[in-house]
Ligand binder design. Sequence first.
Ligand code: MN
Length: 290
Amino acid sequence: MKTKNIEKIIQPGTPHFVGDGFRVHNFIPSNIRMKRMDPFIMMDYNETYNFPPTDKPKGVGVHPHRGFETVTIAYKGKIEHADSAGGGGIIGEGDVQWMTAASGVLHKEFHETEWSKTGGEFQMVQLWVNLPAKHKMSPPKYQAITHKQLTKVALPNNVGHVEVIAGNYNDNIGPATTFSPINLYNLKLNKGAVTQLSFPANYNTALVTIQGYVNINSKNTVKQDHLVLFDNVGETFTINALEDATVLVLSGEPIQEPIAAYGPFVMNNQQELVQAFEDFNTGKFGYLEE
Ligand code: MN
């Protein structure tokens, strides 16, 4: 198999707040256009940030989504979620929430009430995963995946382990079900660990250094909180942890359909976007209390 080289390393840009609870660097589409990372069409990264204690949880109030899935991975802190399709719960440290908005939901995302009272370090990733046209109007779905449910695979010589969220790592399958082929892992590497990953060349592949700094392919050193975009030529890359590290790895087969995106809606054409606004404005996304 050929080496998969780095196309670019992206440092976190100027952060902005989503609502008042998520201080994020937007990697996709600000730094990488939607089509380039298809099916991953949005990535907000809240690097570790300290929120002071408050009795009024911070976050984002009721808003709609249609045509894709939101995937929230909590590294530090806790998030409380509820949606108009009846999905909801608390996403704790290490947990993953996989919400399929599909035909449409209203949801709200806040820091968890009790956690807010003490506050502290908060770190998370939110990804938007596009849906193939034939699934965009499927019923909404909700997968609450606890850290315990992630598929954990030890690396040889005990140098760390892989937590498989979705897809497969050496025939170990992650718990999340997806609508197109996706691999999503957390790599937990001890200092000095060297490991190789392989994905089909045509899959769009990237990683985020959640904690620690690493070297890729014995060539490029990558600092914490950076995104690495790989090219679509080879299959295999090597990660060497220069200190204890957590790395989020994402790789997916491109859906290769037209993307028409506006705000919280991601469809295939303009007409479907107009329809999404009309359906939202006429209450077809259901009801959710503020
Ligand atoms: Mn949302």
